[in-house]
Ligand binder design. Sequence first.
Ligand code: FES
Ligand code: MG
Length: 591
Amino acid sequence: MTDTRAHRRFRSQEWFDNPNNPGMTALYLERYLNQEYTREELQGEKPVIGIAQTGSDLAPCNKIHVFLMDRIKAGIRDAGGVPMEFPVHPIQETGKRPTAALDRNLAYLSLVEVLHGYPIDGVVLTTGCDKTTPAMLMGAATVDLPAIVLSGGPMLDGWWNGKLAGSGTIIWESRRLLADGKIDYDEFMERVCASAPSLGHCNTMGTASTMNALAEALGMSLPGCAAIPAPFRERMAMAYRTGRRAVEIVLDDLKPSDILTRAAFENAIRVNSAIGGSTNAPPHLQAIARHAGVALDIMDWQTIGQDVPLLVNMQPAGAYLGEAFYRAGGVPAVMGELAAAGLLDAEAPSVAGGDMEGALAGARSRDADVIRPASDPLREKAGFVVLSGNLFDSALMKTSVISADFRARFLSTPGSENVFEATAVVFEGPEDYHARINDPALDIDAHTILFIRGVGCVGYPGSAEVVNMQPPDALIRGGLMHLPTVGDGRQSGTSESPSILNASPEAAVGGGLALLRTGDRVRLDLNERRLDAVVDADDWNARRAAWSPPALHNQTPWQEIYRGTVGQLAEGGCLELATAYHKIARDLPRD
Ligand code: FES
Ligand code: MG
């Protein structure tokens, strides 16, 4: 290995040290030399390590990376590399309208262009907020330059009145208390802000914690990286070690295509079940797999993931937050428990070098109340169920958040366990939902299923996190906290709602949901894993014949480009044409 290291010519030398084109080389050099670099560095056979900076004032969930930058660069320099930080299009989950999901593919696209078009030999991918992690991994997979993930880590635990207050999860709870008249607006605001006490990403097992855990489960970060809270000293040490490792993987030519194997994706699916991971994980992991050229299917989530038990006791599926998860051992402990139960492919590779077994180094849970052994889980069969029927080809249901109360109320009709018939109430997007949910004329009761459509990738655009609809205030006051909900959008990873979501194809492109009407009978059969409108075939076909696509209003050029190129959530919501590009780092751009 040392031998090949000594003789490798780096990609960046095509820019900075190309004797065949001294004119262009001089042009490249002079501009990079007018800042912190010297000719000895740029022409000294040192790899250039890009650092994809996702943090900014607009992206506070990732802002810890601004403060970690010195440590990343120190690691890169100490290992003999030249660090070059560059900005990534911000993707902040809660601040970006109409939704941050619209920007995942934009940040992906721009990262691909940067990694391909600049003198970069390897890259540190800084991750944190929900879509930043998949966007960075999708880009690295397409380009296939050596790449390593550095998570920013969760915020410190939030507290309110002596109780843990978790990101997002406290919002859903407080909204119900506000609707019920139990708290006022000021207390609502105080409760929610108490859940965010420091820099870092969401401290619940929402989409941010999930995607960082899955990046680690895929083998794309150093072991132990995902769970370290952002402000901890261990996070700074991890930044330094990640910078060092970024140089070594360039020297060893260890690329995403060496790590992102089918076995790695299967491990990630199992880990997602064990952590009670977000329902946003399937589209993101699907997208990463497609850009990596690995065959993965929505049904894999059920066949590989459904039987895996829930081990991590973290909100929204459990009780604790990020600090406890870290102290109990984080992702290596989860993977160690899965491996001990024969539920992990320990031969899958790791960016740490070697396989997962070596990377995990025998890690096990250090606190069985927070990370359970597989023999004593919080819940058996904690993965997603994939439903189909005449309303969609596929939709997901996260069974780990179905409460006993919900199950008893909706899924335990005498004589028909797991079957529920109800009347549909259909909303055309979140504005319609908010305008009409408390309208008594809708007759919403415990025998209603709430539907929302027009909120998928094309319809919204970008797919909105709105499927976890709250029942009317009057029902909440009567003690009914959840109704079954269905939609072609997504829901927040911090939500504890047992919704049926990510329905594909979406209504805006003619999925069956488009044909449903308020008042239709619908039948949910979890035994058969079906949801169907109980409408006779002639009527259904007549509705199909009368359907025409909705008029879509684009507010920006990107919205139009996005809508014209995006696929469905079941296939990852990718920029479809981009999935044909693989390993493009080998194809050097023109001088
Ligand atoms: Fe950014 Fe949750 S909103 S991590
Ligand atoms: Mg979200």
